[in-house]
Design a binder for this molecule. Structure first.
Ligand code: PMP
Length: 428
């Protein structure tokens, strides 16, 4: 029984007042309106008042909310054994082997932890141990995690309500945003910043930018950036927490589009379909620089997590979800481009596979961000039972990064709803 049927279940108002008492105010509510969600079902979320929402923003439940194969794998393993990586068990090495098969062959040593933040923090520690340097390079607008170190490495956070300025050991390079300025040589600018920085431990970069506004990296940017970073002695760390696991449709990892091999790859969010897991992969040589102090994570790589991770990989493969990301992503991109023809407020449509953004502007010439309109659009889409969200430095980019099981029919319904909502947006 769930709250849809349970008459003794708490009302939304009761839950909100309990939330007010027990949940810190640093946390906001999604989509601008409190939703009392009681059940997940592949690409849909069901609410207590009987509504069904199409979830276009959750890139964690990659193979679908409550995916039956993943649920079964976790339940089965919980009843057999759950211990830690100081013991030998088949699931651990099978899982690490399966993950490393998806990567370039040199990236064969994996560390399993419990969140993207932990994984990024570990990646930076490994880079520091290997290079002996401390400083890091990150991209403007990036978010890499919520720990103390990662807040310092996340301009998305420290620029906003934080101190506003990077720590002296953090070097921030511009967002290579060719929509806002196609003339700039962003990789050369990075090169200048890196050469002025002194010794660096590494460059932490998403293979396609998420919080910075759903920005695909321009062709040649990543390979040239990696050359600059390596020339300065740093390691290149690809944060695939949002964009990995086939989301871009053409490749398992978004960096592959750019013909580069990172020194360290960080995986998170979709890796466990909602079960808290994350991973760091690197070369045997780099991993050997990290042997000075023992590394151990109590929960990282436990048998239940490994079973769940394997089930996620099976679902991606057997469900042909990369092909689905390509096909449905194409329907969405084409439909959004058509909407852009009719609605001047859509300045840009961009993305790969099922990682898409469209940017709202008040004027296509000045590209003034249409921030309030973007917020309104998200709210209006909620009344069409479609969950969307905004991102980017001006919160004017609507992001689409749904579970990979979304269908063409879902895409068409979304585009129809978007057309209606855009027609209704007040014209300036
Ligand atoms: N890297 C990126 C790109 C992310 O988007 C996030 C989470 N939004 C993280 C790292 C941190 O992951 P977690 O919340 O699992 O700690």
């Amino acid at each position: 029984m769930n709250a849809e049927e349970d008459s003794s279940a708490k009302t939304l108002d009761e839950l909100l007042s309990e939330r007010d008492q027990h949940v810190g105010k640093a946390l906001s509510i999604a989509h601008g309106e409190p939703l009392h969600i009681t059940r997940g079902e592949m690409q849909y979320l069901h609410s207590a008042d009987g509504e069904r929402y199409l979830d276009l923003v959750n890139n964690v439940c990659h193979v679908g909310h409550s995916n039956p194969r993943v649920v079964e794998a976790g339940q089965r393993q919980m009843a057999i054994l759950n211990t830690n990586t100081r013991y030998v068990y088949e699931g651990l090495t099978e899982y690490l082997g399966r993950l490393s098969e998806t990567l370039p062959p040199s990236l064969e040593v994996g560390f399993l932890v419990n969140s993207g933040s932990e994984a990024n923090e570990l990646a930076v520690r490994i880079a520091r141990a290997h290079t002996g340097a401390h400083d890091m390079v990150v991209v403007e607008g990036a978010y890499h995690g919520h720990t103390g170190m990662l807040i310092d490495l996340s301009p998305y956070k420290f620029r906003g309500r934080g101190t506003g300025e990077p720590e002296p050991w953090v070097h921030v390079v511009p967002i290579p945003d060719t929509y806002r300025d196609a003339e700039r040589d962003y990789a050369a600018e990075l090169g200048g910043i890196v050469s002025e920085a002194g010794p660096i431990a590494g460059f932490l970069v998403e293979s396609m930018l998420s919080c910075a506004g759903q920005v695909p990296l321009p062709p040649g940017y990543l390979s040239s950036a990696f050359e600059h970073v390596r020339a300065a002695g740093g390691l290149c760390i690809a944060d695939e927490v949002q964009v990995g696991f086939g989301r871009v449709g053409t490749h398992m990892w978004a960096f592959e589009e750019h013909d580069v091999v990172p020194d360290i790859v960080v995986m998170g969010k979709p890796i466990g379909n909602g079960h808290p897991m994350a991973a760091v992969f690197t070369t045997a040589e780099i991993a050997s620089s990290f042997e000075g102090m023992e590394f151990f994570s109590t929960f990282g790589g436990n048998p239940v997590s490994c079973a769940i991770g394997l089930a996620v990989l099976d679902e991606i493969e057997e469900g042909d979800l990369m092909r689905n990301a390509r096909d449905v992503g194409r329907v969405l991109m084409d439909g959004l481009s058509d909407l852009r023809e009719r609605h001047p407020i859509i300045g840009d449509v961009r993305g790969r596979g099922l990682f898409i953004g469209f940017e709202l502007v008040r004027d296509r010439g000045t590209k003034e961000p249409a921030t309030a309109e973007a917020k309104r659009l998200v709210r209006q889409m909620l009344s069409h039972n479609v969950l969307m969200s905004t991102d980017g430095p001006h919160s004017n980019v609507i992001k689409i990064k749904p579970p990979m099981v979304i269908t063409e029919e879902d895409a068409i319904i979304t585009l129809e709803s978007l057309g209606e909502v855009l027609d209704e947006l007040p014209k300036r």
